[in-house]
Design a binder for this molecule. Sequence first.
Ligand code: GAR
Length: 217
Amino acid sequence: MSILRIGILASGRGSNFQSIINEVESQRLKVKISLLITDNPLAFAIERAKKHGIEYLVIKPETFKSRDDFYKKIADELKKREVGLVVLAGFMRIVGKPLLMEFPNKIMNIHPALLPSFPGLHGQKQALEYGVKISGCTVHFVDEGMDTGPIIIQAAVSVFEDDTEESLSERILRYEHKIYPEAIRLFSEGRIEIQGRKVKIKGAINPEIFLINPSIE
Ligand code: GAR
């Protein structure tokens, strides 16, 4: 079987992108990162791509006539490189139809809350303000809604009374960096089956991705 080629879409810091790079470079994740696309010329994700010899493109929405044209361009660049999975890693936009139609059930996203709670921007802040005692992160397939697609993996963390948005975000991020590469691994091994809203995983998920003890954070 030929190796899965993935394309990353990121708008900012790119720490999730880095966690995927690390897993690929240590050969625990057997995929090829073919391309980084960013909508933000100042994204730190670009520095990570440069450092690791990954091709990158800056594609700015304001340079296109329409939102559809912007997403068509992204889809074309990904197709050109025979990408089989699109990975949104802090890509702060709702994916447009031309990209969704080109990659049905082949776009993943990571969200810093336990969906369907707290979709959209600032999931961690929303959770904190609501007063939940547990939050976490979710990897899901992308559909036309906002953070509404079928859920692949979730990890939960405690929310403490003295948490700030920063401290909760940091705790959640540690799990993001574990569950996202694992979800990509499951996909690359053909172990994910989507049945309606539900995602069935063949075989066991690596239990180590859940092994950060919240009581010592
Ligand atoms: C991550 O916490 C990710 O879950 C979140 O943005 C951050 C990006 O960090 N994504 C969303 O909120 C999407 N709605 P990163 O650039 O360091 O990976």
